[in-house]
Ligand binder design. Sequence first.
Ligand code: PLP
Ligand code: COI
Length: 337
Amino acid sequence: MEIQDWKTIGFGYRKTNLNVRCYYKNGEWGELELSDSEYLNIHMAATSLHYGQEAFEGLKAFKGKDGKVRVFRMDENAKRMQHSSDGILMPHVPIETFEEAVKLAVKKNIEFVPPYGSGASLYIRPLLIGVGPEIGVRPSQEYLFIVFVMPVGPYFPEGFKPTDLLIMRQFDRAAPLGTGKYKVGGNYAASLTAGKKAKAEGYSAVLYLDAREKKYLDECGPANFFGIKNNTYITPKSESILPSITNKSIIQIAEDMGLKIERRQVPVEELETFEEVGACGTAAVISPIKRVYDADEDKEYLYGNEPGTWSTKLYEKLRAIQDGDAPDPYGWVTVIE
Ligand code: PLP
Ligand code: COI
């Protein structure tokens, strides 16, 4: 593909060469296997299909100027998948198995890693599903762990250009004591209707409020939320949001750049006071926000049509570490040999 094509590929499924699979049966994990099929042959009564017993992850690999391919923080994704597994009673994929599967999937599809400077990257999607038949509501006895990859562009079509978010109070993504903190499919099913409405009205995502009181900001459909003011990076603390690895990384970078960090409840009205706001995640990277519209209050919060100074600095530093253009003092990247 030409560089121009990479710039416009968008975020979507694409077939690549091989995927990696590993089965869990009789209480233990088998060996990693390679498959060239895009399909699974699973039991119609599999718990993943009926009772949502599935968790997934998302991480990326980047090609550097030096031609090396680097995967970003896969140990964190491995740990989070274990956390999600605890939440819906699935066995842990051992950290080492997760990392070996990711490395193998990238290696076997290395020609699909987009070139340096294209703005695109290789998206890696690990998936863990209950495949054993159960018709009563209980956990499966058998599981399948899969890792597949595909080249992608930015999640929000605007890329690093500011985008719009919508607040609506008639939808919840996750319950306060529910599964919002796990990366499980049910949360995303619960977000489809609200997401469709937001997109139909020209917004790139929904900005959810806390489900209990509808007073505090939670997160966006596919990304965490942050605001910056008075040299302080502020991001919601909530039991029902996904602990974002991108957000954790930005917090580290921001701290080292001299920003103060606050992780706390963020009242909706505080939107008025931020100098910059953004969404962050693996797919979203850092997506600056130019406007948040609170539909129930008919109130809009405006942040300007260009990315803010801090958002730009944080974005550039994060991307430089991922690409290998900046040193990696935190040990975040793994070079695929
Ligand atoms: N929040 C939700 C609901 C997500 O789906 C994601 C994407 O993974 C994130 C936040 C960002 O998390 P991360 O930075 O680990 O990709
Ligand atoms: C990610 O950022 O990896 C996500 O999983 C977000 C979305 C595609 C669900």
